[in-house]
Design a binder for this molecule. Structure first.
Ligand SMILES: [Fe+2]
Length: 353
């Protein structure tokens, strides 16, 4: 057994009402002037958090948008500098965390995340912005949140659709970590625990949105899914989702929901050990088929057609993905990737490659 393992340098604070510990977490990092970043409408949901900060809070930027467009992140950075803030608190999901990362990368900001839409981004060194139509990503340890807070109460208002699609995104991070080329035995354990938490937590949260145990499982699976991305990276599935998001405007949770069974089918023969782990963890006889069935159970979109993609754009998407670098067990061949996209476009049961 040969591998490298670096623990993720981030503190996690987990539990009911943990968001109200924000002030003490800021003080323990030495923060004195705080900017909150969030999306429009979020401020109404976080009034207790805002009030708890007293005069530590100097400003709120509430302009977060999907895929973190460059102009949004730069506007937030300008405000952060203008207000002479020293601590950025991102409250939300991947797009809002993207703003925090853009600021943490360019300043000495103390960076804290309160996760309301779990995806694991807070604990990954991957940062990204939508520049034009391209999602440009990079890696830098400075963008890992110093402290991440996971309070299930803040997630009870998530709609069934959002719970399901964002859950598929976390599930995809865990699944991909099992077949990515740079995985290691520790990322495997995070992936297995993450899958278990998600496949129980997502359906239970949809059935009973106020079930805090279920919501905690979704948050926990999301957190572990970030560890998986950090330790094992991403492969064909996520690169495809970035192409579909950047060039074709498909929202990240929805693209994850549709693509995952087909990305797994693409690697099904090339990564047999990973597929055995997926089958055992999910209690299914087929890795791609089991994920496809789980997706139907939680009611996520089924096909790229349903998401409004044109069949005529599939060729271009297949070509775009080939320009990316890879951590994928099966070699990327344009004809096969195009076939993957055709299966995803139609939404039929995946056929292993
Ligand atoms: Fe993702």
């Amino acid at each position: 057994m040969i591998f490298d393992y670096n623990p993720i340098p981030s503190r996690s604070v987990f539990g009911k009402n943990s968001a109200l510990k924000l002030k003490e977490e800021i003080i323990s990092l030495g923060g004195k002037r705080v900017m909150i970043a969030c999306s429009k409408g979020m401020t109404k949901r976080i009034t207790a958090i805002i009030q708890s900060l007293d005069d530590l809070l100097v400003t709120i930027y509430d302009g977060a948008k999907p895929h973190c467009p460059e102009e949004v992140a730069m506007a937030a950075l300008d405000l952060y500098k203008k207000k002479k803030a020293d601590c950025i608190v991102a409250i939300g999901g991947g797009s809002t965390i993207g703003i925090g990362k853009a600021i943490a990368l360019r300043t000495n900001a103390k960076f804290i995340v309160i996760v309301t839409s779990p995806c694991g981004s807070e604990s990954t060194p991957i940062h990204g912005m939508l520049i034009g139509k391209e999602k440009k990503t990079g890696r830098d340890k400075r963008v890992i949140a110093k402290t991440s807070i996971y309070d299930p109460i803040l997630t009870t208002s998530m709609s069934a659709h959002h719970t399901a699609t964002i859950g598929m995104n976390s599930l995809a991070h865990c699944i991909e970590a099992l077949y990515a080329k740079v995985k290691n035995p520790i990322s495997d354990q995070f992936a297995i625990s993450g899958i278990k938490a998600l496949i129980t937590g997502i359906p239970e949260s949809i059935k009973n949105p106020n079930n805090l145990n279920a919501r905690s499982n979704v948050l926990y699976g999301g957190m572990l899914s970030g560890y998986c991305v950090t330790l094992a990276g991403i492969a064909i599935h996520h690169k495809l989702c970035h192409v579909l998001g950047g060039h074709h405007g498909i929202e990240h949770g929805s693209s994850n929901s549709v693509i995952l069974p087909y990305a797994v089918a693409y690697n099904e023969r090339a990564a047999p050990e990973a597929m055995e782990i997926i089958k055992k963890t999910m209690g299914t006889t087929s890795a791609s088929g089991g994920i496809y069935d789980f997706a139907r159970k939680i009611g996520v979109p089924k096909s790229l057609m349903e998401l409004g993609m044109c069949e005529g754009d599939l060729d271009r998407a297949a070509q775009e993905i080939l320009k990316k670098t890879f951590n994928n067990p099966k070699k990327l061949v344009e004809k096969s990737v195009r076939e993957l996209l055709q299966q995803a476009f139609e939404g039929k049961r995946p056929v292993p490659f």
